[in-house]
Design a protein around this ligand. Structure first.
Ligand code: ADP
Ligand code: MG
Length: 266
């Protein structure tokens, strides 16, 4: 197992100057290949900012980030897009499916951008949809599916090319309990199959299913508890255990993921 994510003293400042927001404040964290990590924190604590940096959707203001040994700060836009496509499958709270495309076409879309030929594309998309239990819904459009099914399509889209890393930002935030279970089971299965799963959530119950819990507050890592593969847990208590961390469910969550955070735009 090698080092996958190596974040060194990273800060992210939005709107530098008078109204600046220090969304991340000297964060250092590393994640090994094959880990199942939850990043938990209140709304506004910097989770999505961290996810955007981990996923090479944004770059730090200060500090260094190495993904699989690549110094992300030294890559140009094309190289960043390349590393995203190869390494990472993104899952967002809002599904981000294209309304007038079928499930199959939605899953195929990023493969088109990656230059995968039609026959191979269909094969990969079908396999991915079968994997998330939607083999019988391939011709359905998003409006003909439940939220849980739509999120499973989004997962299929994320995993179609078997990226080593799954980055999921509040993947169950818009789902009912039943669909939440389905999605969590799929993520757990992906982890068992060898994917590195990084799950971002404000919900402690969801987060506690991961092997390792990183708690973020006001842009800083407050605690990092759990085991790497093969290690025993020494302590699995965090100060907020049992609470739902979502203080104010604002529309900000939706605003943040709207622009610039889609991997199917390229
Ligand atoms: P979380 O995902 O934990 O809710 P975010 O990473 O979205 O937190 O936000 C962290 C802080 O950065 C918040 O104060 C938020 O308002 C601010 N922020 C996030 N994105 C932007 C942006 N594009 N421009 C300015 N401020 C932002
Ligand atoms: Mg967020």
């Amino acid at each position: 197992m090698g080092l996958l994510v190596d974040v060194r003293d990273v800060s992210k400042v939005y709107n530098p100057g008078e109204n600046e927001v220090r969304a991340l404040d000297h964060v250092t964290v590393s994640i090994e290949e094959g880990e199942y990590v939850a990043i938990i924190g209140q709304s506004g604590s910097g989770k999505s900012t961290l996810m955007n940096i981990l996923g090479c959707l944004d770059v730090p203001t200060e500090g260094e980030y190495f993904l699989h040994g690549n110094n992300v700060m030294e890559l140009d836009d094309d190289e960043l897009s390349d590393i995203r496509n190869k390494e990472i499958g993104f899952i967002f709270q809002g599904f981000n499916l294209i309304a007038n495309l079928t499930a199959l076409e939605n899953v195929e879309l990023p493969l088109i951008y990656r230059g995968v030929k039609k026959a191979k594309r269909e094969e990969l998309a079908e396999l991915a949809l079968e994997k998330v239990g939607l083999g019988n819904r391939m011709d359905h459009k998003p409006s003909e599916m439940s939220g849980g099914q739509q999120q499973r399509v989004a997962i299929a889209r994320a995993i179609a090319q078997a990226p080593p890393v799954i980055l999921a930002d509040e993947p169950t935030g818009n789902l009912d309990t039943h669909s939440t279970q389905d999605v969590m089971e799929i993520l757990e299965r992906l982890h068992e199959e060898g994917h590195t799963v990084i799950l971002i959530t404000h919900n402690n119950e969801i987060a506690s299913r991961a092997d390792r819990l990183i708690q973020i507050r006001d842009g800083c890592i407050e605690s990092d508890v759990g085991r790497r593969k093969g290690e025993e847990v020494e302590s699995d208590t965090v100060s907020t255990q049992g609470e739902d961390l979502e203080g104010d469910a604002t529309s900000r969550e939706y605003e943040n993921e709207g622009e610039g955070t889609r991997d199917d735009e390229e």
